[in-house]
Design a protein around this ligand. Structure first.
Ligand SMILES: [Zn+2]
Length: 128
């Protein structure tokens, strides 16, 4: 067994790591906010060989995990727009649109990471 300390599930989700070994990268380009090759993923984990797309259409399910992230990011702007009026309301809508385009990669990549972590368990007994 490896003497390396096991990364937590939260660390694994937010650093976009493989859910089974928590060491291999899910995406080809690292980082939460990237604007090129946003959804280009490794086919298999380079560390434990887990095939990431568990079944055809598997990633469509990540819409369920991306949606709450979108709500968390956009809700403050929407509530502010409903409370204030005039120029402040339009600035809030502008902030909503800007936040969406800036955080778009985060919503998609974190949504996929959450989705695969909900479907694949960490295997602490497996030798890598
Ligand atoms: Zn792995």
């Amino acid at each position: 067994m490896s003497s390396q300390r096991t990364p937590s599930i939260y660390h694994s989700i937010f650093t976009l790591k493989c859910p089974r070994c928590r060491r291999g990268n899910l995406f080809i380009k690292k980082g939460m906010i990237v604007y090129t090759q946003m959804l280009d993923m490794e086919e298999r984990c380079p560390h434990c060989d887990l095939k990431y797309e568990l079944e055809p259409g598997f990633w469509l399910g990540s819409l369920w995990t991306s949606y709450p992230i979108v709500i968390l990011i956009e809700l403050p702007f929407l509530i502010t727009a409903l409370i204030v009026d005039g120029t402040a309301m339009w600035l809030s809508f502008l902030g909503l649109v800007l936040a969406f385009f800036i955080a778009w990669p985060l919503m998609l990549r974190l949504g996929r990471s959450l989705w695969i972590h909900l479907n694949v368990r960490y295997d602490h007994l497996r030798e890598y």
